[in-house]
Design a protein around this ligand. Structure first.
Ligand code: ADP
Ligand code: 5GP
Length: 203
């Protein structure tokens, strides 16, 4: 049975994950984004149900109590989480499921689905460039910007745990590099596939 594959993309906020993921979604027919649930306020241009499922803090805490999350974290002072039911549905359809999660989220997803998960870390050439991009994006206050830059330093320390690493200097190049990596996920020998093949050889 083909259970689908997972590509987890992590990296500092502002490193270009969303820009790259949007490109992947136009290039890989079988790819779908794992739409996270969050309690953070919606940004201008974001669409509920497409970028995130936006809920209040109380609603998020209720979902935690109901055990609806595969994983969730309190990131940049907001809740973010992955719902179990959405992941299972996508994998059952054999999709390439793309996650945009922090590095702890990556660890949890890897724990659950190690045989089908490829992980990629995206970052900028420097901390200054990250700050410049976050400022230019115009989504942060001075306060939230500071939190994101501080968290970026901690996120960078997790870089050695990833399968792949892309420095987003030129966006076009970064997109193409990530596309190549995404295409490799297909060749990851999942447990279900290898056991079926081994069984066939034994006949
Ligand atoms: P993330 O999803 O990791 O938070 P975004 O995709 O929102 O990051 O990118 C952060 C900002 O930087 C956005 O305004 C985006 O348009 C811009 N950006 C992304 N890649 C580049 C690049 N290579 N050069 C300049 N600006 C970039
Ligand atoms: P942003 O507010 O910029 O959209 O996202 C902030 C951070 O939260 C990013 O590092 C992003 O990868 C992470 N994130 C988004 N959704 C999830 C999720 O479902 N789980 C976890 N663990 N992190 C998430």
């Amino acid at each position: 049975m083909n259970r689908g594959r997972i590509l987890v993309i992590s990296g500092p906020s502002g490193s270009g994950k969303s820009s790259i993921i949007n490109y992947l979604l136009t290039k890989i027919e079988n790819a779908t984004l794992s739409v996270s649930t969050t309690s953070r306020p919606m940004r201008k241009g974001e669409v509920d149900g497409i970028d995130y499922n936006f809920v209040t803090k109380d609603e998020f805490q209720k979902l935690i109590k109901e055990d609806k999350f595969l994983e969730y974290e309190h990131v940049h002072e907001n809740y973010y989480g992955t719902r179990k039911d959405l992941v299972e549905d996508a994998l059952e359809f054999g999709k390439l499921l793309i996650f945009d999660v922090d590095t702890r989220g990556r660890d949890n997803i890897h724990k659950h689905f190690s045989d089908i998960t490829v992980s990629l870390f995206v970052t900028t050439p420097s901390r200054d460039i990250l700050e410049e991009r976050l400022r230019n994006r115009g989504t942060e206050t001075e306060e939230t910007l500071k939190v994101r830059l501080k968290n970026a330093v901690d996120e960078m320390k997790q870089l050695p745990n990833f399968d792949y690493f892309v420095v987003n200097d030129d966006l076009e190049k970064a997109k193409n590099d990530v596309l190549k990596i995404a295409e490799l996920t297909e060749y990851k020998p999942s447990n279900s596939l290898t056991s079926a093949l081994i069984e066939l050889w034994e006949l």
